[in-house]
Design a protein around this ligand. Structure first.
Ligand code: NDP
Length: 321
C-alpha cells in the first residue's frame, strides 16, 4: 500500500485527505516513481476548488521528482533507477506516482531531486514567459507582479539574465527584500503601482506586464504599458479577470494581450527537453537560485494550500512524502 492526497469533492483545503491506496502499476508508456518531492502550485488549488474541473476522486498535484521503480511496456528512454522530474501530470501529491514517460525528463547528475521538483512547473513557466512570448533584452523594462512568489522569483532572475530591467510588486517588506535579491531594480507597492511605473520609466510605461495576480491588478497594469506593449496575463491568484473589450487595447496604445498556459509551451518532446535542459543548466551555472520557501509532510498538504492562498508564502512550496 501507499499514500496519496485525494479529493472526493471539490471545495476548500479540508477536502484534501491522506488516503491509503494500492501501489499503482505502470501501464504502456508509463513510469512508476517513488516521489522524493512534490511541488505545490497555484493550479493545484484550482483543481481542488473545482475552478478547473477534474474527475473525482482525484489525486492532486502536477509536479514532482523521484526515482523510477517500475517501467511500463514500450518505454525505452528511461529505466528503473533513473531520477526523473515532471511538471504537467496529475497525481503527484503521493508517495508513488504514475507519469507518462513522455512527460518525464531525466534529472541531470548534480541537480538535487527536490530542486528539480521545484523547477518543472514554475521554472518552465518562467522560461517560456521570458523566451517565447515576445523578444526581450537590453533596454527593455518590464513589470512582474508577485515578485517574491514561486514564479516571481524565478521569472525575475531569468529576465535579468537577458539584460531586462525588472520592476516588481510585493505584498510585504520581507517579500520586497526577497524580490530585490532576485534582481528586481525596484519593488513597488500594489497600491498605486501604475503611477510608480510611469515615474520610473520617464512617463513611457513598460514594454510588458507579467501578471499572475489577475483581478486586482489587471486594469491598472494595462495602463502601465507603453504603446504596443504586451500584457501577459498568466494567472489569477486574486481571482479571474472580467471580459475585456478589444477596443480598449486599441485606445490604450495598440496593446497585445495574451493568456498563455504551460501546456502549450511544452507542446512536444523536443520543446519539453529544450526548456528543461535550459532551466537545469541555469541552476548548474549559478544563474538561477531556487528558493524553497516551505516544506510540508504529505499529510499537511492542506496547510500548504491555506498558506499559498493566504499570501503567506514565498518561493517554492514542496511536499516531502
Ligand atoms: P505564488 O507563489 O506567486 O503565490 C501567489 C502570490 O500572488 C502570493 O504570494 C501573493 O504575493 C500574490 N497575490 C496577490 N494578491 C493575491 C490574492 N488576493 N490571493 C492570493 N495571492 C495573491 O504562486 P505561483 O508561483 O504558484 O503562481 C503564481 C501565478 O502564476 C498563479 O496565478 C498561477 O496560477 C500562475 N501560473 C500560471 C502558469 C501558466 O502557464 N499560465 C504556470 C504556473 C503558474 P504578494 O503577497 O507579494 O502579493
Amino acid at each position: 500500500m501507499t499514500r496519496a492526497i485525494v479529493i472526493r469533492a471539490h471545495g476548500g483545503p479540508d477536502e484534501m485527505r491522506l488516503e491509503e491506496i494500492a501501489v499503482p502499476d505502470p501501464g504502456p508508456g508509463e513510469l512508476l516513481v517513488e516521489v522524493a518531492a512534490a511541488g505545490v502550485n497555484y493550479i493545484d488549488t484550482y483543481h481542488r476548488s473545482g475552478t478547473y474541473s477534474t474527475p473525482l476522486p482525484f489525486t492532486l498535484g502536477q509536479e514532482a521528482a523521484g526515482r523510477v521503480i517500475g517501467v511500463g511496456e514500450g518505454v525505452t528512454e528511461l529505466a528503473e533507477g533513473d531520477t526523473v522530474a515532471w511538471g504537467h501530470s496529475d497525481g503527484s501529491y503521493a508517495e508513488h506516482a504514475i507519469v507518462s514517460a513522455q512527460q518525464a525528463v531525466p534529472v541531470p547528475a548534480g541537480i538535487d531531486p527536490t530542486i528539480a521538483a521545484a523547477l518543472m512547473l514554475q521554472g518552465m513557466t518562467s522560461h517560456y514567459l521570458v523566451h517565447s512570448i515576445l523578444p526581450l533584452g537590453e533596454g527593455d523594462t518590464v513589470l512582474v507582479h508577485a515578485g517574491a512568489g514561486g514564479v516571481g522569483l524565478l521569472l525575475t532572475q531569468l529576465l535579468v539574465r537577458e539584460g531586462v530591467r525588472v520592476l516588481t510588486t510585493a505584498g510585504t517588506p520581507e517579500k520586497a527584500a526577497l524580490s530585490r535579491g532576485a534582481g528586481a531594480a525596484e519593488v513597488l507597492d500594489y497600491d498605486g503601482f501604475g503611477r510608480a511605473v510611469r515615474d520610473l520609466t520617464d512617463g513611457r510605461g513598460v514594454r510588458a506586464v507579467f501578471d499572475g495576480v489577475g483581478a486586482t491588478t489587471f486594469s491598472e497594469g494595462l495602463d502601465a504599458l507603453q504603446p504596443r506593449g504586451t500584457f501577459v496575463l498568466f494567472g489569477a491568484a486574486s481571482g479571474p479577470v472580467p471580459p475585456v473589450d478589444p477596443r480598449d487595447l486599441n485606445t490604450k496604445g495598440s496593446l497585445v494581450l495574451t493568456r498563455p498556459s504551460l501546456a502549450h509551451f511544452i507542446a512536444d518532446r523536443a520543446e519539453l527537453e529544450w526548456r528543461a535542459a535550459d532551466v537545469f543548466a541555469a541552476v548548474a551555472d549559478g544563474d538561477l537560485d531556487v528558493r524553497i520557501g516551505g516544506t510540508y509532510p504529505l499529510a499537511e498538504a492542506a496547510t500548504a494550500h491555506v498558506d499559498l492562498e493566504g499570501r503567506a508564502t514565498t518561493g517554492k512550496l514542496l511536499l516531502l512524502p
